[in-house]
Write a protein that binds this ligand. Sequence first.
Ligand SMILES: Nc1ncnc2c1ncn2[C@@H]1O[C@H](COP(=O)(O)OP(=O)(O)OP(=O)(O)O)[C@@H](O)[C@H]1O
Length: 593
Amino acid sequence: MRPYRYQLLLLVVDVALYALCMLLAPLLISFVVDNVIQGVPFDNAFLQNLVDAYGGMQVLQDNLWIWSCMIVAAYIIVALAINRRSLHSGNVAETLALNIRNAMYDHLQKLPFAYHKSRDSGDLIQRSTSDIETIRRFFATQLSEMLFAILNATIAALILFRRSVKLTLLSICLIPFILLASYIFFSKAKKIFLECDLAESTMTTVLQENLNGVRVVKAFHQEKREIAKFSSSNEAFAKKYFDLMHALALFWSSTDLLGQLQILLMIAGGIFMALQGEITTGTFFVFLMYESTIVWPLRQLGRILSDLGKVSVSVKRVQEVLEEPCEDLVSGYTPEIHGNIQFEHVSFRYADGAQDTLKDISFTIPKGSRVAIMGPTGSGKSSLVQLLSGIYAYHEGSIRIDGVELREISKNWLRRHVQIVLQEPFLFSKTIYENIHVASEKASHSDVHKAASMASIHKDIEQFDEGYETMVGEKGVTLSGGQKQRVAIARCLLAKSPIIILDDSLSALDTQTDRMIQEALDDYQQELTMLMITHRISSAKKADFIIVLEDGQITQQGTHAQLIQQEGLYKRIYELQNEGGESDGDERTRIQK
Ligand SMILES: Nc1ncnc2c1ncn2[C@@H]1O[C@H](COP(=O)(O)OP(=O)(O)OP(=O)(O)O)[C@@H](O)[C@H]1O
């Protein structure tokens, strides 16, 4: 809060001015009623001297308009203070929210992939939006209301005590109960608000998943199931809010009753004391005016305290994200990377995994080689290649790139030299040109077109009405799966990295296009080291080297000619795909465990 110190100080000054002027007006009225009109003598020598200096009481009685002007002036200052208060609290709230939102987004970008993978995106979105909104709202309105309630009640109580201790005690006797009710509610509210937030984020996640997977939902006629799923999370969310409303209703009604009783007590006691001559009419008027400015802001304080529960939950939720350690992308070596890769007895386990996903993996890839990785689903192929781009950290063994231990290479540097194309690539909601160009800001138009030609997508793009300027919808829904894969390959090629990984990223292409891309890659970069996860023998057989993974272990490695001579998974797939016909055999024989 240090950067907002000055603004917060101004806010406190405005609130103090507001409270003082609000309290001044009833005092002036009381003075006019008691001392000016009814002629009650002063019990204050300073005031008596002041009146004498201005010509005595008669002058004041003859010029009652002066008092009206003073009361109006007090309320004008109140209005100005309210205006300044809103400006200052608005300034603090908006700048704070802007900075937190930026800090959140910035931090989310720097968190490791493993963190994103382990979190619900709906929950993260909620932390970055509605939680920050709760904090903003607190600083925009509730903080100044809270300050006013406390300052006003304290000053008013001090003034009232000077007028009548007995009536003041009667006027505030129920306030501790109002505050106690607030405190109890505040404590309870924290848990309920947290549950509401969790229920909301669960509902958001369901909604988000559904929108992302809308094609699958429609293809498998899952609409009814999805509606039922959403409606159950929606009901859970509504129920939590219903519980909250119940608690709020109880809070409002009980504190309302206490507040009204408190005012009633004061009025009854005040009338009685005024009739007994213990207090003047003006003093009774001051009590009457002050009572409302004490009771209701303090009752409001209860509401703010309850919101404070929500605010503290939101602050904690935002803090949790901001305190997550960032991925260190910078420190480490920046060696020249040519593409020589060496795995030695590498084992790897996911943070939540019960056993190793990769076990004792060893192989060597000289630069410029083409390597195919094959294996049943879940055998660890993607995990293996993800280790290479430093997305996950291996815990045993050694991976060296051009002789340098991978974990000692700066991640930024590594990722600039190791490009990965996923089976389901993500495309930004931008034009096709921008989606490719993002890989290299310095690339020219002709570089982009060349990369697209190599990825066999140039002709497709030219056929779109707007060519390269065609907008790609969210996640590229306007493109076919194969087109998306090829745009992603073009993007990867534009980066001109020495190591390229295709994680089953030719799977949506027909065998002929797959072959065309591979031939283009042959011509592209002689020194390119390429690891390619594939289920197609037709793709694998052109590789310099084939690795067969089964259950996290390498069970076979060698060339196509060597592997078809050995008994094992490779030969079985080869025979199956030959029977099925090479062109589409892979789809029918996608390798199962
Ligand atoms: N982020 C993750 N956290 C925990 N376990 C994971 C994670 N990603 C994958 N796994 C598990 O690791 C194992 C290997 O998964 P991986 O994706 O590497 O296999 P794969 O051979 O690439 O499979 P496929 O051919 O289906 O893509 C699987 O049992 C999978 O459930």
